[in-house]
Design a protein. Structure first.
Length: 180
């Protein structure tokens, strides 16, 4: 297993620690900041694994499949936690999770045909904005500019979620035609 793939697996390994610190100690700013630090570190592995894979020509099908999956697990876990804490609307999280299931379905159908669908730029923007939104919201700086920044990022993230879904469907509609 190469370094980028190890970083992807590290990101997945960090998720339970993030969840425990956030959900078990939601009223402790210190514990929330620890959860945030874990989330930030996990998010940075996403940026690092991609840069290393591209610069060292270490792009693999495993990485093309697992990297977006690790991102989905990290971000949706955080959104589900924030929803459970009443800090993120359930409808928002449902839309994001539904998009992830749809994209995963496309990837599975494509994989059956020997095609690997890599992450698109819209999907990468969506992931980046979602990660920034989570970082701001987990810190829970209420009644400040940070609170409002979190709300703005939520709407940007929602917009990018919908746009990236449409982009995947349009670019990969032939995958579904082959199954008809």
């Amino acid at each position: 297993m190469n370094l980028p793939n190890k970083l992807t697996m590290l990101r997945i390994f960090m998720i339970p620690f993030f969840v425990v610190f956030l959900l078990c100690f939601p009223d402790s700013l210190t514990m929330r900041l620890i959860a945030d630090a874990i989330f930030i570190a996990a998010s940075l592995t996403d940026m690092a694994d991609g840069k290393i894979a591209r610069s060292r020509n270490l792009i693999t099908n495993f990485g093309k499949f697992m990297d977006p999956l690790a991102d989905k697990l990290l971000v949706t876990s955080a959104m589900i936690c924030l929803t459970a804490l009443g800090e993120l609307p359930a409808w928002f999280t449902i839309i994001v999770v539904a998009r992830e299931f749809i994209i995963s379905g496309f990837r599975l159908i494509a994989a059956e045909n020997g095609i690997v669908i890599a992450a698109s730029y819209w999907g990468k923007f969506k992931t980046a904005f979602s990660m920034i939104m989570v970082i701001v919201m987990v810190a829970k700086f209420e009644n400040t500019i940070w609170y409002w920044l979190g709300q703005i990022l939520m709407w940007i993230s929602l917009f990018l979620t919908v746009v990236s879904l449409i982009d995947y469907i349009v670019k990969n509609k032939d995958v579904l035609k082959e199954q008809s």
